[in-house]
Structures are given as C-alpha cells and as structure tokens.
Design a protein around this ligand. Structure first.
Ligand code: SF4
Length: 232
C-alpha cells in the first residue's frame, strides 16, 4: 500500500514530496526480515518486489530528483543511472557500510546513541559524517546540499550517519529493533497507510511522480521498503 504526500510536514524532510509504503496486512510487510532495526522481523519480507523497484527507480519528478533508503542487502540494490532514484544502502554497522561503498552503493549508517561524539571519522579510507539535519535546528533535507541533498547523490562514497534518538534509541545497534518509524508521527502516518494507501504501489508511485511540479524533490518510502509482502 502506498501513501503519497505532495508536501510533507515532516520536520526533518522539509516541504518536499514523500511517500510511505506498508504491507496490506502488516505495517512492516515490505521491510526485510533481516533488518536489525525491525522490531518484529517475522512480519517482514524475504524478497524484493520487482514491480515496485522498477517503478521506484523511474519515479523521479520532471527535472527534479528522488532518493530513498533500503535495508535489503546492498548487493541487491540497483545503482542509479543518471535521472533515476538514488537508493541508499542502510547499514546496521560500520563494516556493512564500508562493504556497501566498496561495491558502489551510496550508504548510510544507523549508529548507536553513544557514538554521537565519535563522528566524523574515516574508517578504512571511508569517511563517515553525521546528517547535517541532526546537527542544526530547523535544517531539512530540502535545504541540504544547496539543491543537491547528500542522500540524493549517486556515486557518493562518504557515509551519512544517523545517530539513534527517541524512544527506541537504546535498541539501535543491538539487532533487536530501534526502527525510527516505530513511534511518533512517522508511525501514525505509516500505520494509516494500510487503510488509506493505494493498493497498486507501482502504478500509484508513477502517477504521483508525474503529478509533481517540475524540479520537485521526492523522498520515497519515509517508512517501508522495497519488499514484497508475504514473501517467505
Ligand atoms: S544528509 Fe541531507 S539529504 Fe540526507 S537525510 Fe540528512 S539532511 Fe536529508
């Protein structure tokens, strides 16, 4: 199920377009079972939804840009061609992030709360630095990179670090949960996707991307992933 939002009110994103993706039955139904942040991995997916993935790559607003993140294995994620959606590999630890960069995937890291003061740093030649929205009040993705948000840059070799915060922060890095969308406004929007979202995710996504004004930014699946619900 796909929920589309033309102008997000998410404090971190800023006023850009966004989507949420859930399963039909389970909110986490499109997330990989293997995600270390997934609080109930038995409800996740073991396979990619290739219809959605194809649409995702091409769902870029005219003269605009689009990006997202995935917790599926980095090697399974396509490398964006010019004009396609940039899919960042979400890593649960430093080694995973470095491995993703080595195989040509832009990567981000969900880091434990007690690492906050250890960034930026370079590990095995790979630079890790915190998302600037975590370091400044009222800074959003819409402002990031002066029109070229860091996470939307294909071929990026530096790793963006998101340090855990909020109610699930203690679980991040333990492999037992900590998903940032497990609580708060993101959880409300995501759970609601099961009721109000469009059932044909690929078609809804293409239609939405085409409807956006020229030059728009689109953040795909603020919560949710590229999985096929029910794939065991
Ligand atoms: S690095 Fe920039 S684009 Fe990525 S999440 Fe942070 S503010 Fe948004």
């Amino acid at each position: 199920m796909l929920r589309t939002i033309a102008i997000s009110s998410n404090r971190k994103l800023g006023p850009i377009a966004a989507t949420y993706r859930s399963g039909t039955h389970e909110t986490y139904g499109t997330c990989p079972k293997t995600c270390g942040l997934h609080p109930k991995s038995e409800t996740g997916s073991a396979a990619v939804d290739f219809d959605y993935l194809r649409a995702l790559l091409d769902a870029v607003p005219r003269r605009g840009l689009a990006w997202t993140y995935s917790h599926f294995a980095a090697a399974m994620l396509p490398i964006a061609k010019p004009g396609q959606t940039v899919i960042n590999a979400s890593a649960d630890n430093v080694a995973e992030a470095i491995a993703a960069v080595r195989i040509g995937r832009p990567a981000v890291l969900a880091a434990a709360a007690d690492t906050a003061d250890t960034w930026p740093r370079v590990v095995e030649g790979v630079r890790f630095h915190r998302c600037p929205a975590e370091l400044a009040e009222n800074f959003t993705c819409a402002q990031c990179g002066n029109g070229s948000p860091i996470c939307a840059r294909p071929g990026r070799t530096d790793v963006v670090v998101f340090v855990a915060h909020g109610s699930g922060a203690k679980k991040v890095g333990t492999g037992k949960g900590g998903c940032y969308a497990a609580g708060g406004p993101a959880a409300i929007a995501w759970h609601g996707t099961k009721k109000v979202g469009s059932p044909n995710d690929a078609a809804a996504l293409m239609s939405f991307a085409r409807s956006l004004p020229s030059g728009s930014m689109l953040r795909h699946h603020v919560a949710g992933d590229i999985g096929r619900e029910g794939a065991a």
